[in-house]
Design a protein around this ligand. Structure first.
Ligand code: F6P
Length: 544
C-alpha cells in the first residue's frame, strides 16, 4: 500500500456529491454574479506574474470549501512537500521528481538546490554565449532534434519569447521520424553555419536517433567537417551520445521527467535563442511559482485551486475536455505542450496501488491561438451539445516595441493588440451570458430566410450561455512571466494527479506501441504476417 488517500474514499467526496446534486448541476454563473457583486474579487487569485479570474466558473464559496476539504483529506500538501523534498514519489520508476530543483536558487529550501544543477547550468550558459557570438562562432542556424519532452518545451518557449531572441540565430525543431519533417529544414541550411542539438533524455528514442543519423549524413555530404563543433547532445545518457560520436554533452538526471525538462539542459535551444540572463529569468519565474505553490494559503493557492476545479469539472460535471485559448500568437504551441504535460501525466487508469479507478482522470486538452479558434471551432464551444470549459490567456502589454519596430507600424500593431484583448474578453463574456430565444427573436435577423419562421430562426441563433471559463492575465510575456505560467500548469497537473491518487510521473502507456513497432519493422521488409491480426496484416500488405 502506498499510504495515500484516494479522492473517492474521503468524506469530502461524499459531501461534494451531495453539494453537486443540490447546487452544482444547475449552477448558473449569471445568477451567481447577480447574487454576489463581490464575486470577481472573491474568485480573483494573484499568483506570481499571473492573475487568474476564476469567477466565470461554476463554483461558489461552498464548492470551494468542499474542494479544499478534499485536498486536505487526500494529503495533497504532504505529497507536494514530499516532491519538493526529493522523496521518490514516482513509485513505478523508483525516482524522485525534482524539476523544481532545476530552478531553485542557491540556499533555497525548495526543490533542494543541488550543486550539480548549477554546475551544468553554468557550463551550458557559458557555452551558449560562445555560440551567440555569431561573428566568432559562425553559427546562424540551430536545429533541435528531439521528440516529446525533448522537443515540445523548447518548441513552445522559443517563439513565445521571440521578442527577446538573438536576431542572427534561427531556431528549427525536428521531431517526426517522417523524413518530410527534416528535409525542408535541411534545405535552408549550410553545414558550416549549423549547430545540431540531439536532445534525448534516454538517447534511445527511435525517432530522434534516426533524425540524428539523417542530420549527420547531410552534414558530411554537404562538406561539414568539424562534427565536434556542429553536434551537441543534451541527455542523461552521456555514454550513448559519445558512442554516437558527440563529444559536447550537457547532462541531466533521471529525476527530471521528460515533460518537465525544459528547465534542464533540454532548454539549451531556449538559452541559445534568448541568452543566459533571460534563461535565468525564465527559471526565476518558475521558482517564484514553486514558492507560491509551496507556501500560499490553500484558498489563494492558484495551482491548487485549478487542480481542484479540474476534478470538480471532470468528476462531478462530467466535462471531458478543456480548451486553451492563448490570446498571444507567441503561445501558439502552448496547447501542444500542455497536451503532453497533462495527458501523459494524468492519462492513467489505476491508482498508486495499481487498483483500477472507478472515476475519470485526465481531460482532453486542446486549443489554438484564440482569434484563430474563434473562426473555427468556437461555434461548438458556444452552441455545441458539450460544455467545454475554456481557459483564456490575455497579455496586457505586447512586446512589439522591444524589437526595432517604430512609427506608424508600431502604432497600428498596438491598436491590433487592443482588438486582440477585446476579442478575448468578448468570448468569455459571450460564453457566460449566452442569448435567449426571446432576445434572438427581438433582434433583426442578419439574413432573412424565406423557408423558416421567425421563432425557428431565433432558436438557431440562441446561445445557452453559462459556459464556464477561466481567464489568466499576464502583464507582458517575458521570460519570467512565461516561466511562472509553465510552472503554474505543472503544479496544477500535480494537484489533480494527487487528488486522483495516480502516478503523474510515469508513462507506461507509450511502451506497448513502441514494442509492437519494433516487431513490425522487420516484417514490413520481409512481408511476414505470421501471427498478426487480419487488419494489421491486410494493411501491411497494402503498404508494402
Ligand atoms: O513518448 C514517451 C517519451 O518517453 C516521453 O515521455 C519523452 O518526453 C519522449 O518519449 C522522448 O524521450 P527521450 O527524451 O528519451 O528521447
Amino acid at each position: 500500500m502506498s499510504g495515500f488517500t484516494r479522492c473517492d474514499r474521503t468524506q469530502a467526496w461524499g459531501a461534494l456529491k451531495g453539494h453537486f446534486e443540490a447546487h452544482g448541476r444547475d449552477f448558473d454563473v449569471r445568477e451567481a454574479f447577480a447574487r454576489d457583486p463581490g464575486r470577481f474579487e472573491a474568485f480573483g487569485v494573484e499568483a506570481p506574474e499571473v492573475f487568474a479570474d476564476l469567477s466565470k466558473n461554476r463554483i461558489d464559496l461552498a464548492t470551494q470549501r468542499f474542494l479544499l476539504d478534499l485536498a486536505r483529506e487526500c494529503g495533497v500538501e504532504a505529497r507536494r512537500d514530499a516532491m519538493f523534498a526529493g522523496a521518490p514519489i514516482n513509485t513505478t520508476e523508483g525516482r524522485a521528481v525534482l524539476h523544481a530543483a532545476l530552478r531553485a536558487p542557491h540556499n533555497s529550501a525548495l526543490g533542494r538546490s543541488l550543486p550539480e544543477v548549477e554546475q551544468v547550468l553554468g557550463a551550458m550558459l557559458a557555452y551558449v554565449e560562445t555560440v551567440r557570438d555569431t561573428q566568432a562562432s559562425g553559427i546562424r542556424h540551430i536545429v533541435n532534434i528531439g521528440i516529446g519532452g525533448s522537443d515540445l518545451g523548447p518548441q513552445m518557449v522559443v517563439p513565445a519569447l521571440d521578442a527577446f531572441a538573438h536576431p542572427g540565430l534561427t531556431l528549427h525543431f525536428v521531431s517526426n521520424v517522417d523524413g518530410h519533417d527534416i528535409t525542408p529544414v535541411l534545405r535552408k541550411l549550410k553545414a558550416s553555419e549549423t549547430l545540431f542539438i540531439i536532445a534525448s533524455k534516454t538517447f534511445t528514442t527511435q525517432e530522434t536517433l534516426a533524425n540524428a543519423m539523417a542530420a549527420k549524413a547531410w552534414f558530411v555530404a554537404n562538406g561539414g567537417s568539424d562534427t565536434a563543433k556542429h553536434f551537441v547532445a543534451t541527455t542523461t545518457n552521456v555514454k550513448a551520445a559519445a558512442d554516437f560520436g558527440i563529444t559536447t554533452t550537457f547532462g541531466f538526471w533521471d529525476w527530471v521527467g521528460g515533460r518537465y525538462s525544459l528547465w534542464s539542459a533540454i532548454g539549451l535551444p531556449i538559452a541559445l535563442a534568448i541568452g543566459a540572463d533571460n534563461f535565468r529569468a525564465l527559471l526565476d519565474g518558475a521558482h517564484a511559482m514553486d514558492e507560491h505553490f509551496a507556501h500560499a494559503p490553500a484558498s489563494k493557492n492558484l495551482p491548487l485551486l485549478l487542480g481542484l476545479l479540474d476534478v470538480w469539472y471532470r468528476n462531478f460535471h462530467g466535462f471531458t475536455s478543456r480548451s486553451v485559448a492563448p490570446y498571444h500568437q507567441g503561445l501558439k504551441r502552448l496547447p501542444a505542450y500542455l497536451q503532453q504535460l497533462e495527458m501523459e501525466s494524468n492519462g492513467k487508469r489505476v491508482d498508486l496501488d495499481g487498483e483500477p479507478l472507478p472515476y475519470a482522470t485526465s481531460p482532453v486538452v486542446w486549443g489554438e491561438p484564440g482569434t484563430n479558434g474563434q473562426h473555427a471551432y468556437f461555434q461548438m464551444l458556444h452552441q455545441g451539445t458539450d460544455v467545454i470549459p475554456v481557459e483564456f490567456i490575455l497579455v496586457k502589454h505586447p512586446t512589439h516595441g522591444l524589437s526595432d519596430l517604430h512609427g506608424p507600424l508600431l502604432e497600428q500593431l498596438e491598436r491590433q493588440h487592443i482588438m486582440l484583448l477585446a476579442n478575448g474578453l468578448a468570448q468569455s463574456q459571450a460564453l457566460m451570458q449566452g442569448k435567449s430565444t426571446e432576445q434572438a427573436q427581438s433582434e433583426k435577423a442578419p439574413t432573412a430566410s424565406k423557408e423558416l419562421d421567425a421563432l425557428t430562426l431565433a432558436r438557431h441563433r440562441t446561445f445557452p450561455g453559462n459556459r464556464p471559463s477561466t481567464t489568466f492575465v499576464l502583464d507582458q510575456l517575458t521570460p519570467r512571466s512565461l516561466g511562472a505560467l509553465i510552472a503554474l500548469y505543472e503544479h496544477r497537473v500535480f494537484t489533480s494527479g494527487a487528488l486522483w491518487g495516480i502516478n503523474s510521473f510515469d508513462q507506461w502507456g507509450v511502451e506497448l506501441g513502441k514494442a509492437l513497432c519494433n516487431d513490425l519493422l522487420p516484417r514490413l521488409a520481409t512481408g511476414d504476417v505470421v501471427g498478426l491480426d487480419a487488419s494489421t496484416a491486410g494493411l501491411m500488405a497494402r503498404l508494402r
